[in-house]
Design a protein around this ligand. Structure first.
Ligand code: SF4
Ligand code: SF4
Ligand code: SF4
Length: 348
């Protein structure tokens, strides 16, 4: 049975188990969030998604509020706006005014909401955190916990998406902080360097180390492609700048993997523009490999293969190739080489 409720005067319907935030977003009604992400369990930590609900007291975090029959919700009353501005002001009071050089400039959810709500950054008169910048030696993830807003998305992404449980929250009150394991390095805490924590972090607290300084998000041309490393077939976006791949980012619409990637898919892209990469075919002449043209190489392959047609030929295909390429391998083996001697490395 659908649940009927009203949001900002509009009649909308919800399914059992949907939160008010889910229903609002599904109906194109914008509510800002920081700790919430649709892939992760809601925790109601940042309270930026507060709304007013008639016949309920106070402002309520909509991400953890189940939609119920007859509910009347208001998402942008003066009281709600004032509360969101206050939350953002509090977050800024202990946040470096670092956007000019921050890796996440232009791709930072905190920055976007601060802009949207026009909250000024004021020099803090109180205590601020001074964590050492880039302290964790992880080769793939750069840490700057001065920019952390304790949204715990990294904690939940590592636990719920990657199943590693590297991150946790230590201490209480002002001393609350995100720590790996029992406050050890990420690798010591069992990090697999998948980069999920950085991908879900809404600020510049966790960022991809290999692409630091290589370009802003808005300077990149994004090309969606399929990973060539294994047969899972994850999709992601190659981030191109000046004709070179400088970063890989998750594509939330990827059917197979969503935002999840492993270390190879997310960070193993330097081979693409590597100087040692072959760009011309090599043919062995007088015991030495020498550069040739593609026509010469294909002629040589055709000549050699035509001498081994039938069952003296076998093809071993690769999980690193796409399904379409593997289809062509077996078709070539059967139809051109005249044998069923075809197999695939994934079976070994
Ligand atoms: S890189 Fe992956 S495994 Fe390592 S802490 Fe982040 S989410 Fe967890
Ligand atoms: S490091 Fe990023 S994702 Fe983790 S709690 Fe801090 S701001 Fe949130
Ligand atoms: S990202 Fe990792 S798991 Fe996904 S296809 Fe590439 S190598 Fe396989």
């Amino acid at each position: 049975m659908p649940i009927n409720l009203t949001i900002n005067g509009r009649q909308v319907q919800a399914r059992e188990g949907q939160s008010v935030l889910d229903v609002a977003w599904a109906n194109g009604i914008s509510i800002p969030t920081l700790c919430h992400h649709p892939d992760l369990k809601p925790v109601g930590a940042c309270r930026l998604c507060v709304v007013e609900v008639e016949k309920m007291r106070g402002l309520i975090a909509s991400c953890t509020l189940p939609a119920s029959e007859g509910m009347v919700v208001h998402t942008d009353t003066p009281k709600v706006i004032e509360e969101r501005k206050f939350i953002l002001e509090m977050l800024l009071s202990d946040h470096p005014n670092d956007c000019m050089t921050c890796e996440s400039d232009g791709n930072c959810e905190l920055q976007s909401h601060v802009y949207e709500y026009q909250v000024p950054w004021k020099k803090s008169k109180g205590k601020t955190h001074t964590y050492p910048i880039g302290a964790d030696p992880n080769p793939m993830i750069f840490t700057d916990f001065n920019k952390c807003i304790l949204c715990t998305r990294c904690v939940r992404a590592c636990a719920e998406v990657q199943g590693r449980n590297v991150w946790g929250v230590a201490n209480r009150g002002f001393n609350d902080k995100i720590v790996a394991g029992a406050d050890v390095s990420m690798l010591e805490a069992g990090c697999e360097q998948c980069g999920a924590c950085a991908a879900y972090c809404p600020t510049g607290a966790l960022t991809d180390k290999p692409s630091r300084g290589k370009g802003r998000d808005y300077q990149m041309r994004k090309v969606t492609t399929t990973c060539t490393y294994c047969g899972v077939g994850c999709q992601f976006d190659l981030n191109m700048r000046n004709g070179k791949v400088v970063k890989v980012t998750s594509n939330p619409k990827a059917v197979v993997n969503g935002m999840a990637l492993c270390v190879k898919g997310r960070y193993g892209y330097d081979f693409i523009n590597h100087k040692d990469r072959l760009t011309k075919p090599l043919i062995k002449k007088d015991g030495k490999l020498v550069e040739s043209t593609w026509d010469e190489a294909y002629d040589l392959i055709a000549q050699k293969l035509s001498g081994v047609k039938g069952d003296s030929f076998a093809m071993l295909a690769s999980a690193k190739a796409t399904n379409e390429e593997n289809y062509v391998f077996q078709k070539f083996t059967r139809a051109v080489m005249g044998t069923n001697n075809v197999d695939h490395c994934a079976r070994l």
